[in-house]
Design a protein. Structure first.
Ligand SMILES: *[C@@H]1O[C@H](CO)[C@@H](O)[C@H](O)[C@H]1NC(C)=O
Length: 401
């Protein structure tokens, strides 16, 4: 099989990375203070504003469907306009995952959640045009995700592997679905997270759309929780989604993650209670120290601990402890067992697409730093405690130089 180019969710996370670098104006000294890499040229600095703009533009290159008048990636044309026809439904739109024109619902939903999260935390620091383009990138995904939920009792997914320009595709576009008998709490939970997070992006500018997103997020979550199971346990769905996007680590984290985003977006206590009552059975303590399209635990802990850090919901203290445990593994000075770093200082995890870890974990460092900086809390790593400035510095080390 031909090597696959890096899928969108791995690339996309760049936007997150770049957006908070821009947000924090973390223009670092690249003169060998940490590492001796020979770039950028002496005296020159990385242009993070330009990098942010290009990261967002990247999404336009991955668009599927009829392109809108404002499309800036003008080398692209309409494609996949009949997606969904095989099942008699409209599934036009969304993003291609990589170079083979697949629309994988599970990682696309995670990409959407992360895009939205980056706009929620750091959008105010983006130049106005980029904030607008970032919101458009979120909406291109959420318009599609709403279509996957538009038919009672099922959630659609899509898949087909072909190596050609999407504009030239004439092969069958396979459509899959999850339903009561073939549950997909992972897909439904992540879709709920994506729609709830996105509702916060649109709350001020388009409250009607934000309401639609939130209502659909509730629906997707209810579905995820009512029909529990992992989509890749079904043989048909496994054939479509695996080996690339099997749900390897189970659907439990997506249930908590979906509830956590619904809590954040709606402030509804039902979801707080869900997190409190189900945290243990759904493995909130899982210390896999991962954060990516399959495993949401580290991000979940950072997200949920916000309300504890702000002094609002003290019963969420354990989530701060879980988040601390994870963050401590990233801090070389702490005595925790550490994540591996390359000699140049880049975080390294076994397996493919290492940059997905670098980017998503840098995002968590900066987001956690942001939450902590508004409180008197620190990260407790055994006998040392670490403040937000150290977390930002560690994120810088991962990203730059
Ligand atoms: C969902 O998928 C199953 C199995 O392929 C199929 O039999 C069923 O018709 C699909 N449902 C819808 C609403 O498309």
């Amino acid at each position: 099989m031909a090597p696959r180019p890096p899928p969108i969710h791995r690339l996309c996370v760049r936007i997150l990375l770049v957006s908070f670098v821009a947000a924090h104006r973390l223009v670092p000294p690249c003169s060998g203070s940490f590492y001796d890499f020979p770039f950028p040229a002496a005296g020159k600095r990385h242009d993070y504003r330009d990098a942010l703009a290009k990261s967002i533009l990247f999404f336009e290159g991955q668009r599927s469907g009829r392109l809108p008048p404002g499309q800036r990636a003008s080398w692209r044309g309409d494609s996949g306009v009949s997606d969904g026809a095989a099942a008699g439904v409209d599934l036009e739109g969304g993003y291609y995952d990589a170079g083979d024109n697949v629309k994988f619902g599970f990682p696309m939903a995670f990409t959407t959640t992360m895009l939205a999260w980056s706009v929620i935390e750091f959008g105010d620091s983006m130049p106005r045009d980029e904030r607008r383009h970032a919101a458009a990138a979120v909406r291109w995904a959420t318009d599609y995700l709403l279509k996957t939920l538009a038919h009672p009792g099922v959630i659609f997914l899509q898949d087909h592997d072909c190596w050609e320009r999407p504009e030239d595709m004439d092969t069958e576009r396979t459509v899959y679905n999850v339903s009561a008998g073939r549950p997909g709490s992972d897909i439904a939970g992540e879709t709920a997270a994506a729609l709830a997070a996105a509702s916060m992006v649109f709350r001020d500018d388009d409250p009607g759309y934000a309401e639609t997103l939130l209502a659909s997020a509730r629906k997707a979550f209810e579905y995820a929780d009512t029909y529990k199971g992992a989509y890749s346990d079904d043989p048909d769905l496994r054939a479509g989604g695996c080996p690339f996007y099997c749900d390897f680590n189970g659907y439990q984290d997506e249930l908590l993650w979906g509830a956590a985003w619904l809590r954040r977006a709606s402030k509804d206590d039902t979801f707080l209670q869900y997190i409190q009552n189900n945290g243990k059975t759904l493995g909130a303590e899982d210390s896999s120290n991962e954060f990516g399209w399959d495993n949401k635990h580290a991000g979940l802990n950072v997200l949920v601990s916000k309300e504890f850090i702000e002094g609002k919901v003290l019963s969420l203290q354990s989530y701060k402890e879980f988040a601390d445990n994870f963050i401590c593994t990233l801090i070389p000075e702490s005595s925790s067992p550490h994540i591996t770093y390359t000699p140049g200082g880049m975080l390294y995890k076994p397996g493919g697409s290492n940059m997905q870890h670098v980017t998503s974990i840098s995002f968590l460092l900066l987001t956690y730093a942001k939450y902590l900086s508004k409180s008197s809390h620190t990260v407790n790593c055994g006998d040392i405690s670490i403040g937000p400035v150290t977390l930002q510095r560690q994120a810088k080390r991962l990203i730059i130089c």
